[in-house]
Unconditional design. Sequence first.
Lengths: 299, 343
Amino acid sequence: MNLLTRDWLLSEAPTSRSHAAWVRRYQGWLQLRANGLAMVGLITVLVMMIVSIAAPLIAPQDPSAQDLAGRLAPPSAAHWLGTDELGRDLFSRVLYGGRITLGMVVAVVALVAPLGLAVGSVAGYMGGFADRVLMRVTDVFLAFPRLVLALAFVAALRPGITSAIIAIALTAWPPYARLARADTLTVRGTDYIAAIRLTGATTARIVLRHIVPLCLTSVIVRVTLDMSGIILTAAGLGFLGMGAQPPTPEWGTMIAASRAFILNQWWVPTIPGVAILCASLAFNLLGDGLRDVLDPKQR
Amino acid sequence: MGDRFILSPRLRMLASSLASVPVTLFGLALVTFLIGRVMPIDPVVAIAGDHAPPDVVARIRDQLGLDRPLLVQFAIYLDNLVHGDLGRSVMTSRPVLVDIGRFFPATLELATTAIVVAVIIGIPLGVFTAAYQGSRFDHVVRVIALTGQSVPIFVLGLLSLLVFYVKLGIVPGTGQLDVAYEGMVPRVTGMLVIDAAIAQDWDSVWDALAHLVQPALVLAYFSMAYITRMTRAFMLESLAGEYVITARAKGLSAARVLWRHAFGNIAVRLITVLALAYAGLLEGAVITETVFSWPGLGLYLNISLLNADMNAVLGATLVIGLVYVGLNLMADVAYRLLDPRVR
């Protein structure tokens, strides 16, 4: 099987539909690989994902094991990043914190992207009244700054990880709907959609099989660029005491709990801060590169 | 004669963007109302306390209209909003609108300073990175800008307090004014720097400015990053335009081509970016004000949240939403009025 040879992947004359798709993907990958900053982002994202998933295997200590005698210790061989205000191992807590932050991000995206795609593509394809109503609804949600609306939602739902996820998702979906709608509008009137309609395809089939796949590219780019915003909002909620609650090792919550120690043990709140910065910067770098490859017009 | 009453296309577009505002405002009110309804805090208990006698509870329920259908309650809520009644804050026991009037100017002062800084730094950076695309300067600025969009503002705030206040001691700490000057400045606008200047109390002006610098710079970083990136993207497009080639071919100086011909064509589009950046500062202000104990709307919102003071939370959310909508509308109108291509 010549599936993964370079020639096959760079073939000028693809032999099948899936072959053509693979050629396109491989060319995109080559373009992405040439972008150094994007690759730094990609590798950081992958490392963080793997490390978070494997946290129980890697973490040297239980993230909630307290040792009040050894609290606020500077980094040492026993505690690579020192200990926090209750003597818990910071390195282990940062690792477990990655599970929570990245888990929240994945949950938000899993809720938001399909919802935004559905609303946007249906509104764009149907047009008329449905379009106007759906777009008005997105207008209303876009009229609040994201963090402020999320804060109000969380306050109503009571603080916690689940509420934070729901609140961020509720505030994050409108741009996706906008994007999907704009993409749908450009393909709605094309001949091939008309041809599919002539063959008797139902609206649901046209939207699901022919419109949604075309919107996916811009949605993927947007998701990657949005990740950093979601991370910052989640951490911000945690910092303001409205996200994950102590003793959960969420990065923003950890900073809020230890901010009083910044004067003398500056590394305690700084280390989770660096973790947030790395995660969000990595997604931004990757998103920037992906946008150049997949969607040069969207700037 | 008759066609004098037919609106020009430009005015018609203006009218349509104005017409969408009431719908959005209605939606804003609906969202805050619904959030207020699903909250787990019993508003009666919040007012009367845990051990209120049953007849008091019943009377307050009746007063608040909590026994009536949801639709009627929403109508009452809307009516109150139209009359500027956002309810009373449980924490300060003042009407929420009065509280917001007290806290908002400080946010305005902070956000306006931040946007001015962000524009002064961000736009030239964007223009020059576009002019020298691919250079080392471009890459360095790109990383600085991406970092600005990635760094959590509370980490930046805490670290800058650590470095510039604690270690170097070149800026004053948190708050809006030193304790020594507290209460010395008569309140006129609520913006301390301006109030102190009106009172010609130059010591206070200096102290207020010194307190303003750090939070404003921290807050400005994010917007600066955004403005730089957008300016660069617009400029790259503009620099590729044929009018730029023409201007160069005529032998105009590089500076004139860059600023007058290339930048002149994107200035109007930047207005939208600036309005969005300014609106985004409201969000950053919530966190910045918490870190720097800056007595603005963000701090008020956060303290109310921690005290489960729902009237205050919803009132502040609504007002921030209103400002957001207002800014977007202004950007929209300015864009349509100023850009000759939008017709």
